[in-house]
Design a protein around this ligand. Structure first.
Ligand SMILES: [Zn+2]
Length: 372
């Protein structure tokens, strides 16, 4: 059975009530929308600004970043950010997929420090650079370009920093609907049928009828990106996420959770991973129950167990960033995926629907961080 949405234009009487969809995601409207969400967070969100300020004090800057302002049709790798506490950078969370991914290798590093033409990049990377420019963010971190993929020492050193890189991100851009780099951030929108109708004795308005767009929950739990185990920490650790879903944009930060088609906030506390993100950024208080805290971890483990890994031996490494953040906040002692303080409860688990996944081993991204 199909379900339908009745969206309206943003500046119409119905649109002002909150249910808006229908313009193209690539249009100026949407970069305006993403910018307005970002500005609202920067200017009015107390918890977000506190968390970001703290993260800025603690953070370790990435060794390499892409400078997206280098020229209109190119970017370049820039280095040496020691002591540069005010540098803001975006991060990308994406699926590598089975298509070839442009990578920095030992032999290409010097050239990429000079120039990386945009037309050599995948569609996703090109579009992420355009989004950064439209949001006036100069620096961008992308795993395949900012870690030297065929240098085991560099990979070991930089991948150990990965959780810090995402935690210190100004804004994480999540290419949720793209199964690989050829698909990009922007997808065709659902077609809407415009109907003129009378709302009251005086007012007329346009209503559009469309199939229901993918929801925040679909894009954040059932998208190609959501199936990647590594992507979970990339989603929880950054202070802000701009999610490029199949039909619309979504926004997540410590204080707001909203979608383009529904400007009203969804309940953060009821939603994983927002609940875990909020906990990790909160200050410890007296009388916090061990069980209430570990429950957030178990909820995360449920989501994590549904995800897939290219290499089965990454099962614990892909959790390390989250485990470190949880340990810092709770003071608990980590015990191979569980916590010593709640070990009896932690061991009481069972699988409700055994998975039949195999973990295909791939050799081409041997040093990549195991993306599917
Ligand atoms: Zn915010």
């Amino acid at each position: 059975m199909a379900s339908f949405a009745l969206p309206a234009a943003e500046d119409s009487p119905i649109g002002r009530l909150g249910h808006v969809v229908g313009h193209l995601v690539r249009s100026a409207n949407n970069s305006y929308l993403a910018m307005s969400w970002l500005q609202q967070c920067l200017k009015t969100h107390h918890i977000c600004s506190q968390t970001v300020s703290q993260a800025r004090l603690d953070r370790i800057l990435p060794t390499r970043l892409l400078d997206v302002s280098f020229s209109e049709d190119a970017t370049q790798i820039v280095t040496a950010f020691e002591g540069g506490g005010h540098i803001e950078y975006a991060t990308l969370s994406h699926c590598w997929g089975s298509s070839p991914v442009i990578q920095t290798t030992i032999s290409m590093l010097d050239q990429y420090k000079e120039i990386i033409p945009l037309d050599e990049l995948s569609k996703t990377f090109r579009e992420v650079i355009l989004v950064c420019r439209s949001l006036r963010i100069q620096f961008l971190w992308i795993d395949s370009l900012c870690i030297i993929q065929d240098d085991p020492l560099d990979w070991e050193r930089e991948s150990a920093k990965m959780a810090d890189v995402y935690s210190g991100s100004y804004l994480n851009l999540a290419a949720a609907a793209a199964a690989n780099g050829t698909e990009g951030l922007f997808f065709e929108r659902l077609e809407c049928i415009k109907v003129r109708c009378k709302l009251s004795s005086e007012e007329e308005d346009d209503i559009f009828i469309s199939n229901s767009p993918s929801s925040y929950f679909m894009d954040s739990r059932e998208s190609p990106l959501a199936s990647r185990a590594w992507a979970l920490q990339e989603k929880v650790l950054p202070p802000r996420n701009l999610i490029f879903g199949e039909d619309q944009l979504h926004w997540e930060c410590h204080e707001e959770l909203k979608s383009e088609s529904s400007r009203k906030n969804m309940q953060i506390d009821q939603s994983f991973p927002s609940s875990l993100r909020r906990y990790l950024s909160s200050k410890p208080s007296l009388n916090e129950e061990v069980s209430a805290q570990s429950k957030l971890w178990y909820k995360m483990l449920e989501a994590y167990s549904r995800c897939e890994l290219t290499k089965s031996e990454d099962k614990l490494p892909a959790l390390t960033g989250l485990a470190n953040a949880f340990s810092r906040r709770s003071g608990f002692n980590y015990a191979v995926g569980l916590w010593e303080e709640d070990l009896e409860m932690g061991l009481l688990w069972k699988s409700l629907s055994p998975k039949r996944h195999s973990y295909p081993l791939r050799t081409e991204h041997q040093h990549g961080h195991g993306q599917l």
